[in-house]
Write a protein that binds this ligand. Sequence first.
Ligand code: ADP
Ligand code: F6P
Length: 474
Amino acid sequence: MSTTPPTFDLVVVANRLPVDRVDEPTGPTWVTAPGGLVTALEPILAAREGAWVGWPGVPDETVEPFTADSISLVPVRLSADEVEAYYEGLSNSTIWPIYHDVIVPATFERSWWQAYLRVNDRFAARAAEVAAPGATVWVHDYQLQLVPQMLRERRPDVRIGYFAHIPFPPYELFAQLPWRTDIVKGMLGADLIGFQIDADADNFLRATRALTGLSRRRGQLRVPDLSTAGTRGVTVTDFPISIDSAALSALAASPEVAAQAAQVRADLGGRRIILGVDRLDYTKGIRHRLQAYAELLAEGRIDPAEVVLVQVATPSRERVEDYRRLRDEVELIVGRVNGDYASIGQPAVVYLHQNHDRAAMAALYRAADVMLVTPLRDGMNLVAKEYVAARVDGDGVLILSEFAGAAVELRQALLINPHDIAGLKDAIVRGVRMPPGERRARMRRLRRVVLQRTVQRWAEDFFGELTGDGAVAS
Ligand code: ADP
Ligand code: F6P
């Protein structure tokens, strides 16, 4: 006798499950990974019968559905070949570079597209199985752009939302994708399509017009509805994502984190600290920032006895060639800069290719006089918002690339163009020397934005728009 799997009124579908595998002597267990998205969705998932469909992050592993921190998790299995073709290949070597201004060339491989189709179909099938009649399904990000339409074909009764965490490129770049029309049609399977900023939504609407002839009228696209032979409305708009500002502020204000921050400062010899925190990704502009810093040291505009750069570079996508090359390049530059400007016990650049827990991150933010966020292109950049939330002392300078989505909201940062190395150098010097009055005035206004626009509000706004019922969780 076969048992029917449980169904849920709300289903989140994302490439990764919000869990980390912990290998115990008794076998592997899974714990929820702390992160803004989980925190934001947890109350919404808990308030409804909620489930999360995603890949557990390990290839070739069949994991049965399980519950962690009261979220029902529905694992999707990916083979090692699929991880290579769907995740490292089409998602991160084709779509990722095209959607980030082709900072590195995109690779086009037809077999990767076949894997992307197959895996998107598997996610859609799993979501269709676990969605209750009339459920709401919220699909996330560029790995799963085809899921909305694939799900709609199976389950025309469900309400479907799609949120793009990364930028949507200008049509001239998007048009390079051989599968551009399939992607647009896949996303149009949703009732609501959300982007980080207005410019992304505009780019998507332009692509839709060019590839399908559909344009927005009275705030909606009208797309053919195969189940009724009529049309249905698709809303396309921006929903800038944020962080759990209150939780991070509280953590940063704790005596433990304050003590840890003081220790960081002492360990670095009481020097002024410039901090970078990024996944080791070519979109983040780490090389540009190191070049600017090295030139400032060479010109004597920054004295390594007074200032230190701390660069946290989180390991990421390490099997993808462009990421390996970037790591080599960054580590070569860091080695050279330290070779030229460090002295015993006094590195010019502290480089940490490591993960940190939330408290250690908060301590670094609190210790940093200047936060350097220099992406060449970034959907939002949560690190910028986290720095602001962590500055419970109302001090600190944020230098922020105008090519990060966060720059739309964080206007009181020192906004820079990371390609303009001379301008970036001036901003670094200005940040290091900024008088306390100006620092505090800017930070006050930045904090107002970040403390008001939280990830909880983001989730409620999106979900309220999708379901048509305002606040869903407190
Ligand atoms: P992206 O989504 O491209 O990685 P974001 O800046 O939007 O960039 O988000 C990065 C998230 O990862 C932030 O929440 C940040 O605190 C976290 N993070 C980055 N580096 C580390 C690290 N070394 N250890 C722990 N968390 C990190
Ligand atoms: O910002 C895009 C994104 O895919 C996030 O969704 C994710 O947390 C981050 O980049 C890391 O990516 P990956 O899941 O490939 O490690």
